[in-house]
Design a protein around this ligand. Structure first.
Ligand SMILES: [Zn+2]
Length: 156
């Protein structure tokens, strides 16, 4: 599968990751599904709503305590999802994926990312090292719920 996007979308994700550093940024990807992939229309930056409350409801006891912070996790509030969904629908768009950053970690999905991933979404991850975005990659789950790389194609 291919995710088509414009240079300005990459810039928005890059800057979002750098602004949030050393915490994870996150946001929604609005666009369309087409034959063979998706077209990104808008990057919708959201607040990282991850906090202790989220930690208690989402994380199993086996997780280590340093995974409970925004340096390692992100979550998007349900009301933010609804607002983005409504805005997308009004323009005949859909939420086609989610982006987030990995401060001082590679642009590769974590096991937690995999467990919470939606089958049809694209997952763009920005690796931010020492405050600078050094890598941006996209991933999508396959039929066995394993992440496979997705090609990012810059258009326009
Ligand atoms: Zn992640």
């Amino acid at each position: 599968m291919i995710l088509e996007l414009r240079e300005e979308h990459l810039r928005a994700i890059r800057e979002s990751g750098e602004r949030s550093y050393p915490y994870e940024c996150c946001g929604l990807l609005l666009g369309r599904t087409i034959a063979g992939g998706k077209v990104l229309v808008e990057v919708w930056e959201t607040e990282n709503a991850w906090d202790g409350e989220s930690a208690r409801s989402f994380v199993s006891d086996s997780d280590t305590s340093n995974d409970f912070t925004q340096e390692r996790r992100y979550t998007i509030a349900p009301e933010t999802m609804f607002a983005a969904q409504r805005s997308a629908r009004e323009r005949q768009l859909d939420i086609i994926g989610i982006y987030h950053s990995h401060p001082n970690h590679p642009a590769v999905p974590s096991e937690c990312d995999r467990l919470w991933a939606w089958q049809q979404y694209s997952y763009i991850i920005a690796s931010v090292r020492n405050g600078k975005t050094i890598d941006i990659r996209s991933w999508q789950l396959d039929g066995d719920r394993q992440f496979q790389p997705e090609e990012l194609r810059i258009c326009g």
